[in-house]
Ligand binder design. Structure first.
Ligand code: CA
Length: 233
């Protein structure tokens, strides 16, 4: 479940979107103008923003630029009223991750959002993934190659173990769902073992063994997925 912010001044559309996204399993908050959106974002952690460009008080493009300065990685899906190419280009240039032109189908909005949220949970390629545990062990995961190190000791990882570990490190202290892992695996070549959710347990088990004594633990969160956490110091 993700927490979403909908910024839309058209009350009918806003309420409709809220209802549909709640129905799709998300929790939702909403704002009817740009200033209200800023105020909400300053006090509430959200996973993604659906942002109308034509807004009173502060227009969508300004809100978008503001979001990019403060929360560089926050996924933003822009809604444009007209079928104008200019609007879309302006939105994408200002840092929108995706856009939809009104009128759009809610099914499409939900699908695009899922894709955005999934991408946001992927390892931040280009950045470095590092965790320092209470045992003062430093786990470092290469963001692009299937390599990782515990202190200076290289960990022998398969491609899937590495992408699982990258997801867990990137979402330290948060649950990574089985679906998230499987979605990433789908885009990668299998490495010997059979796919599917049964195999996931096997990979988690192997990773746990490799992280033994590291001060990091992969917790099974029943019914939800897995979470990388620090052992209590
Ligand atoms: Ca509008």
């Amino acid at each position: 479940m993700s927490h979403l912010l909908i910024v839309e001044d058209d009350e009918l559309l806003r309420d409709g979107l809220c209802a549909q996204l709640v129905h799709a399993g998300h929790s939702v908050c909403s704002a009817s103008d740009g200033v209200q959106a800023q105020a909400l974002l300053e006090t509430t952690r959200v996973d993604a923003v659906i942002l109308d460009l034509g807004l009173p008080r502060l227009d969508g493009i300004s809100v978008l630029r503001w979001i990019r300065q403060r929360f560089s990685a926050l996924p933003v899906l822009v809604l444009t009223a007209r079928d104008g190419v200019e609007d879309r280009v302006q939105g994408l240039n200002a840092g929108a991750d995706d856009y939809l032109t009104k009128p759009f189908s809610v099914a499409e909005l939900v699908a695009r959002l899922q894709a955005l949220l999934r991408r946001a949970r992927l390892p931040a390629f280009g950045g470095s993934l590092e965790v320092e545990s209470p045992a003062a062990k430093r786990l470092r995961v290469d963001p692009a190659l299937p390599l990782a190190w515990l202190d200076e000791e290289p960990l022998e990882l398969t491609q899937r173990e590495w992408s699982l570990l990258s997801l867990l490190v990137n979402n330290l202290g948060q649950v990574v769902s089985r679906e998230d892992v499987l979605a990433v695996w789908q885009t990668q070549p299998a490495d010997g073992a059979t796919g599917g959710s049964n195999a996931l347990e096997v990979y988690v088990h192997r990773l746990r063994r490799k992280l033994q004594d590291s001060g990091l633990n992969i917790r099974n969160v029943r019914g939800l997925g897995y979470m990388l956490e620090m052992d209590a110091a």
